[in-house]
Design a protein around this ligand. Structure first.
Ligand SMILES: [Zn+2]
Length: 194
């Protein structure tokens, strides 16, 4: 759970997945005359370790450059998957295969405890905590909430958001901003040519 996930009322069960996907901020729209600066919270091994320890996903082990690369590839396969419309996710073999390749690096074990059962990381090094993100992905797919985790359709945004609308058909993270920008552009293109 983070300030962002709370602000946008993302279910706690998905908060690490949501935050992880959004560590890459590709937003570049102009709002109130200022261009949004792009950023990457996982800029290097230290950034990844800090991000994980903030969320209590750190194990204190050494984060190697190879582990860092694996984490970035997991993120890009997760983002590619979420960028597909929910209906296309099951059909798109390329994104499915890429995600399968990356999740193999994050095996999970079933742990029985007082409150029931939980999927917990099976690896025990510095990357172990990211298995929690994979467990959230699996649990959300199993209970259907993953269909509501989407990527904003605006080319200037591509932020991952949780669709709380009743029909679950939202395409933009903030309809009043990204949705309006997209509609204004379509209108302009239609009325003024290319
Ligand atoms: Zn957006």
């Amino acid at each position: 759970m983070s300030k962002e996930s709370r602000k946008f009322e993302v279910p706690d069960e998905l908060a690490n997945l949501y935050d992880f996907a959004n560590t890459l901020d590709l937003r570049r729209f102009v709002h109130h005359g200022v261009q949004h600066p792009q950023s990457d919270q996982l800029g290097n091994t230290a950034g990844l370790a800090a991000w994980m320890s903030e969320r209590k996903l750190g194990s204190g082990g050494k984060m190697t450059p190879a582990m860092f690369e694996t984490a970035l590839q997991l993120r890009s396969s997760v983002r590619d998957y979420l960028q597909c419309n929910p209906d296309d996710r099951r059909r798109n073999k390329t994104v499915g295969r890429a995600l399968n390749r990356m999740t193999q690096h994050f095996p999970l074990a079933v742990e029985v405890h007082d409150a029931g059962m939980t999927l917990r990381p099976a690896r025990d090094d510095a990357l172990a905590g990211l298995s929690v993100v994979v467990a959230e992905l699996y649990n959300a797919a199993a209970n259907g909430t993953l269909d509501r985790l989407k990527m904003c359709a605006s080319d200037e945004c591509h932020r991952v958001f949780y669709d709380r609308s009743k029909p679950g058909t939202r395409r933009w993270c903030v309809s009043a901003l990204c949705g309006n920008r997209a509609k204004t552009r379509t209108y302009r293109e239609r009325h003024h040519g290319p």
